[in-house]
Design a protein around this ligand. Structure first.
Ligand SMILES: [Zn+2]
Length: 205
């Protein structure tokens, strides 16, 4: 229906999370008609993502490519290094930080189990989490692992798997408590709900 250039744009952009073919088409026409400097700015922003950003060697949160291997959470001695909050994605971490109630460290899994596929996802940073806890345990410096995963089917599957995976490590594992409605996303929770959910977190035994 559309010329090849537009079709190609739609095909590429509709692979992005939250963007369907219709939105991608709207975006293509908006960009086509909009100021050309936006194209340059977008190009630079994409190049910079490639060049200037990488992930923290401990928690896998994004950091600047400036020679430091740790993020400003892992590298901050005033944070509580005995508690690790496991999140699905960076934007969930940002929401928890904004709530201001959590002072521990994080671990970004990079996704959740899929409801459509029973296989264990290979790209999730779960082996890295186990290794991290094992290393912390050598210095007896781990108190609690908080699973701050969204209360969805995918979040439940992931929490269930993590619970089994972490059990042999004999570390206290908790999950966010009341307040977050089933099917919601941690990323979009307000500060009050999130602090309530953090305070009422329940231990998984
Ligand atoms: Zn980090």
């Amino acid at each position: 229906m559309y010329p090849k250039t537009i079709q190609n744009f739609i095909e590429k952009f509709s692979k992005l999370p939250g963007i369907g073919p219709r939105q991608a088409a709207r975006l293509a026409f908006w960009l086509l008609k909009g100021p050309k400097e936006i194209h340059q700015n977008l190009k630079h922003a994409l190049e910079s993502l490639d060049k200037d950003a990488r992930t923290c060697e401990l928690c896998h949160y994004v950091i600047e490519n400036d020679g430091n291997n740790k993020c400003h959470f892992c590298d901050n001695p005033s944070r509580d290094h005995t508690t690790i909050c496991v999140v699905e994605k960076e934007t969930d971490l940002a929401t928890i930080e904004k709530s201001g109630v959590y002072m521990g460290l994080y671990h970004v899994l990079g996704g959740l189990f899929s409801a459509l596929d029973i296989a264990v996802p290979k790209n999730l940073k779960m082996p890295e989490l186990v290794k991290r806890i094992e290393n912390l345990k050598k210095n007896k410096s781990v108190e609690e692992i908080i699973l701050a995963l969204s209360p969805t089917y995918e979040g439940d599957l992931t929490a269930y798997y993590l619970e089994k995976l972490l059990k042999p490590l004999k570390v206290k594992v908790t999950r966010l408590g009341r307040g977050l409605p089933y099917g919601s996303d941690v990323e979009f929770a307000d500060a009050q709900t999130l602090s309530g959910a953090l305070e009422s977190r329940k231990e998984i035994k």
